[in-house]
Each structure stands twice: as structure tokens, then as C-alpha cells.
Design a protein around this ligand. Structure first.
Ligand SMILES: *[C@@H]1O[C@H](CO)[C@@H](O)[C@H](O)[C@H]1NC(C)=O
Ligand SMILES: *[C@@H]1O[C@H](CO)[C@@H](O)[C@H](O)[C@H]1NC(C)=O
Ligand SMILES: *[C@@H]1O[C@H](CO)[C@@H](O)[C@H](O)[C@H]1NC(C)=O
Length: 237
């Protein structure tokens, strides 16, 4: 089982126990968090994982922020990004080598297609771009459109990218209890059939649901014969 998780955790330190439980149930090889609310001086770690973060402040208080955690035994390297977006990217050596990018786009921030393209041009292909975009569009399950939703729709279609979302809600508005879908998983078309996408059934202490990408082994891969060395010689397993 190879899982990748994305989650707007709304504060990594306050939800660290929930995160630990989530990790114990899904054993992800990597996961992307948004709204970590971390300062650079915060000493947060999770046993068995390497952590890579970008930090953000509003009025001198830690706000927003994005992190990627990668399991110790996965060969990986960081992708240096030049961007003012709250994004962090890691190249992972799995069955394929892929780039995972975690992004947080705050509700009041302005994005444009050029800025997104500037970011994705820096991501070695194929990539999965996952995060909280605060973007509404019926294309991925929101009931309404907003400006960000339109920009992301245009960007995805112009760049020939795919969206994993199946229309499920990813966010519960704490003020009025309304659901919407603002967490998006965008990928290169070559990765779309490699993973299943689903929203976890528990908020785990946040106002966003974790999303689990589970790697699906193709029948071609399953048919590859595997051999092991036995007393009598090579045997098919
Ligand atoms: C950070 O936490 C680790 C593990 O809890 C500890 O060993 C280390 O001394 C801490 N570092 C700082 C600078 O507080
Ligand atoms: C991408 O954005 C960064 C920071 O905003 C800027 O320094 C860089 O020149 C841009 N790259 C391109 C190719 O536009
Ligand atoms: C809940 O509040 C949000 C933010 O103020 C608003 O966009 C949304 O329409 C509200 N939903 C309902 C059902 O009132």
C-alpha cells in the first residue's frame, strides 16, 4: 500500500496528535500539509519522516505555511523554488520518479495564471500539485465559482493537466456548517491512472478533511514475474 496524503491541518502543532494517528492508519510514504502555522524556530518533527517547510507570517504572526513530510526510507531530493507562493516541492523516487508540490493559497491572496505557470515550470515532470487553493468551481465540486476557481480551470486546461478530485467536499465552514470543495489535487496526465483519490471521513481536528491518494498497481506491473534465490536455485514467487 503506497499512500500520499494532503491535508490543510489548520495548525500543525495543535493537531500533531491527530496527524500522528492519521499517519499510523495510512502509513503514507509522503504527505503535504497546508496552514501549518509554523515559525522557522518551531521545533516540530515526526518520527520516521523528513520535513520540508515554507513559512509565512501575517502581522508578525505565523500564518498559512506549507510542508511536505517524506518517509525516511524513500529516496528524495528537494526542488529549489523561486516563487512568492507558499509552496514546497520534493522529488520522490517511487515506482516512477515524481515531483510532489504542496501549496497553500490564502483566501484573500491574488493569483494569476502566469504565477502558477512560473511555479509549475520549476517542477520536474511528472508532478502532483496538491493543496488548499481557496478556489471554487463546480469542476471540482464547489457549488459556486470564484475568481481563483476560474483562473485554475483555465490554467489546468491550457497546461493540459488533470484534476483527481471527484467532486466530494473537502472543507466544512466552521461558522455556518456549509461544505465546499477547495482542496485540489492537480497532476500530469501520466499519473492520473496511477492513484485513486478519496476524502477521509474525519476532519481530524481541522476544518478540512485529509485526502488520500492510494497508488494503484497496474495489471502490467502485477504480471512482472518475481524471482527469489532459494536453496534449489531461482524460484518464481
Ligand atoms: C528539537 O527536538 C528534538 C527532539 O525532541 C530535540 O532532540 C532537540 O534538542 C530540539 N532542538 C531544539 C533546538 O530545541
Ligand atoms: C518566477 O517568479 C519569481 C519570483 O516571483 C521570479 O524571481 C522569477 O524571475 C520568475 N521566473 C520566470 C521565468 O518568470
Ligand atoms: C458560509 O460562510 C461562507 C463565508 O462567509 C460563505 O461564503 C458561504 O456562502 C456561507 N454558506 C452558507 C450556506 O450560508
Amino acid at each position: 500500500m503506497t499512500n500520499i496524503i494532503q491535508w490543510n491541518c489548520r495548525g500543525l502543532k495543535i493537531n500533531l496528535l491527530e496527524l500522528t494517528l492519521l499517519v499510523q492508519s495510512f502509513l503514507p510514504i509522503a504527505f503535504c500539509l497546508q496552514e501549518t502555522h509554523l515559525k522557522e524556530s518551531d521545533n516540530v518533527s515526526l518520527k520516521g519522516y523528513n520535513m520540508y517547510s515554507t513559512f509565512s507570517k501575517v502581522d508578525e504572526r505565523a500564518a498559512g505555511g506549507s510542508s511536505i513530510f517524506v518517509k525516511d526510507n524513500v529516496i528524495h531530493s528537494t526542488v529549489q523554488l523561486t516563487t512568492d507562493l507558499q509552496a514546497v516541492a520534493i522529488r520522490l523516487s517511487l515506482d516512477k520518479t515524481i515531483t510532489l508540490c504542496s501549496i497553500y493559497i490564502p483566501p484573500n491572496s491574488i493569483i494569476d495564471k502566469a504565477k502558477l505557470k512560473n511555479l509549475t515550470d520549476q517542477l520536474p515532470s511528472p508532478f502532483i500539485l496538491m493543496g488548499d487553493f481557496n478556489a471554487h468551481n463546480p469542476l471540482w465540486g464547489s457549488k459556486t465559482h470564484n475568481a481563483k476557481g476560474k483562473i485554475i480551470e483555465d490554467f489546468v486546461s491550457q497546461e493540459g493537466l488533470c484534476i483527481f478530485n471527484d467532486g466530494s467536499n473537502t472543507y466544512l465552514h466552521p461558522g455556518n456548517g456549509s461544505y465546499s470543495s477547495i482542496d485540489i489535487t492537480i497532476c500530469d496526465p501520466s499519473l492520473l491512472l496511477d492513484y485513486s483519490w478519496r476524502v477521509h471521513d474525519d476532519l481530524c481536528g481541522s476544518d478540512h478533511f485529509p485526502i488520500v491518494l492510494e497508488h494503484l498497481f497496474t495489471s502490467a506491473q502485477q504480471r512482472v514475474p518475481r524471482w527469489k534465490l532459494d536453496k534449489g536455485g531461482l524460484v518464481l514467487v
